[in-house]
Design a protein around this ligand. Structure first.
Ligand SMILES: *[C@@H]1O[C@H](CO)[C@@H](O)[C@H](O)[C@H]1NC(C)=O
Ligand SMILES: *[C@@H]1O[C@H](CO)[C@@H](O)[C@H](O)[C@H]1NC(C)=O
Ligand SMILES: *[C@@H]1O[C@H](CO)[C@@H](O)[C@H](O)[C@H]1NC(C)=O
Ligand SMILES: *[C@@H]1O[C@H](CO)[C@@H](O)[C@H](O)[C@H]1NC(C)=O
Length: 466
């Protein structure tokens, strides 16, 4: 999260007119894509084999895109106020679903934070739940402990053919540093987990540790370390970590950089700075196919995003910086690329409270960037207007399933931040966008970005073999 912004929480229910038409189109265009890929492979493979793969692929895509509705309703507010009194007082609205969700004593909260006995458990999970993601459930590592990798991102390491999940370890007490302060946990450090299947995660420990004694150090426990992301530099052979570094009051607004020879650390902390002499809060980094890498950060009091190219060693930013989504107040950026087009998911700025996600697209990474609308599909309107009660952190390509990604998000629990949950859902690119009004002849017609709600889902068997 970032600074509690001043703008109101009310984020319009923008685009969810996600008609069945565009969905059908999405399914068909993906199916068409699959057919094309299969034709291509027909040349290489034996005929009977590829016909069956074709069938598998079709069912995979439609399974990921299956729309799960939620019948979830909120009971009317407990005490009904005199509407005139409400008007006089102005602000005093009945508790919204989001308030209920954030109130740890409410039943709504319990619904979205199921108890530990419902955990995703790779050791005792049993066969019927093997490889299934259950967004919002406690997720255990191979030691049986809840995974601590919030605001995280995943690196695929070619050398070890292993996925590494880095994120904030928030396994400490939640408190407010002062009455006006945000709920916080002292810096523990950045955790790393490894996996071959993106489901069974082994704890590789805290690869960048918080500092306990030195109060002037950026990583001193009283400060803030958020959204760590790691990329590999092919030239230097180093693993480079970027993160949001701040003080308790979010006034330092900087990025920090750390480096390691190994994906499992330990990472050496190098320094922090305000990139381009600008504030930097929520951020991410993105490594392009050509080896160039970029820092994307919320700036100017979180009112806009900046994108800046990194130096060749990834240890600093260059002067090449552009401003995007100006005055749109977006944070939690997650970038990905598909068929030469860049996409980004962002959230609004409402502290730990969930809000409506937006998808954006660009043909050149430095922009111009266009807003496509709310990517969320399924659940119900409350789910879709709250990004399924979560906030974006990363988008991971699924190998062998072109156009399919895993959308990674955090379901923050401000009263107990260590108990914040992970929401992983399938994201696909394809079909027509549903906000035609945003387009001019200047810009290409973008594909729709869709994130599909599922209570339970898994990657197709054999996704790694291709
Ligand atoms: C899952 O099933 C396989 C084969 O049926 C069996 O060998 C294995 O022990 C089972 N695993 C669990 C966790 O039940
Ligand atoms: C404390 O941290 C600062 C900033 O990183 C550093 O300059 C200083 O040397 C550190 N002090 C000690 C005693 O390690
Ligand atoms: C944060 O703000 C509070 C209240 O405004 C103040 O007392 C405190 O000194 C500030 N802390 C830092 C690190 O700036
Ligand atoms: C999808 O189809 C392609 C082409 O036939 C194949 O290489 C790939 O393995 C399939 N993916 C899955 C997950 O089955």
């Amino acid at each position: 999260m970032g600074l509690r912004s001043k703008q109101p929480k009310a984020l319009a229910f923008r685009c969810y007119a996600a008609s069945h038409r565009s969905l059908t189109l999405a399914v068909w265009s993906l199916a068409a894509l699959v057919v094309v890929v299969n034709f291509h492979l027909l040349i290489i493979h034996k005929e009977d084999e590829s016909t069956s793969t074709h069938e598998i692929n079709r069912s995979i895509v439609s399974e990921l895109e299956e729309v799960e509705e939620e019948k979830f309703r909120v009971s009317p507010p407990r005490s009904r106020r005199n509407p005139r009194a409400v008007r006089r007082k102005g602000e005093q609205k009945p508790p919204s679903v989001v308030d209920e969700f954030l109130d740890e004593s409410s039943a709504v909260h319990d619904m979205f934070f199921p108890e530990r006995n419902m955990a995703i458990d790779p050791i005792n999970g049993g066969n019927d739940s093997m490889y299934f993601y259950y967004p919002g459930r406690v997720w255990l590592d191979t030691d049986g402990n809840p995974i601590q990798a919030h605001g995280g991102g995943v690196l695929y390491d070619e050398k070890t053919e292993t996925y590494f999940w880095y994120g904030e370890n928030k396994d400490g007490k939640t408190y407010k540093a002062h009455s006006k302060g945000a709920d916080r946990v002292d810096i523990v450090g950045v955790s790393c987990y490894s996996s071959k299947d993106l489901w069974t995660w082994r704890n590789e420990g805290v690869v960048l540790r918080g500092e306990k004694k030195n109060v002037t150090h950026d990583l001193h426990k009283s400060n803030v370390l958020e959204r760590p992301k790691v990329i590999y530099n092919d030239r230097t052979g180093k693993y480079v970590m970027w993160m949001h570094i701040d003080d308790t009051n979010y006034t330092k607004a900087s990025v920090g950089v750390a480096i390691s020879d190994s994906p499992t650390g330990p990472f050496s902390y190098l320094y922090s700075k305000q990139p381009h002499d600008c504030e930097s809060r929520d951020m991410t980094i993105f490594k392009d196919d050509n080896g160039k890498a970029y820092l994307i950060y919320s700036s100017e009091d979180n009112s806009e995003l900046h994108i800046g190219q990194l130096t060749d060693d990834y240890l600093d930013v260059t002067d090449n910086m552009r401003r995007l989504l100006i005055a749109q107040h977006r944070e939690a950026p997650a970038l990905f690329k598909y068929e030469g087009t860049y996409y980004m998911i962002t959230s609004g700025c409402t502290g730990w409270a969930p809000n409506t996600a937006l998808a954006h697209a660009a043909t050149a990474i430095m922009g111009p960037w266009e807003t496509l609308g709310n990517p969320c599909v399924g659940g119900n309107d409350i789910f879709r207007s709250t990004t399924f009660f979560s906030q974006s952190t990363f988008v991971l390509a699924i190998p062998g399933l072109s156009g399919s990604f895993i959308f990674m998000a955090d379901r923050w629990s401000p009263s107990e931040l260590r108990d914040s949950r992970y929401v992983w859902l399938p994201l696909t690119v394809g079909g027509l966008p549903d906000e035609a009004a945003d387009y001019s002849f200047m810009f290409p017609l973008w594909s729709r970005v869709s994130i599909y709600w599922h209570r339970r889902w898994r990657l197709p068997e054999g996704w790694r073999d291709s």
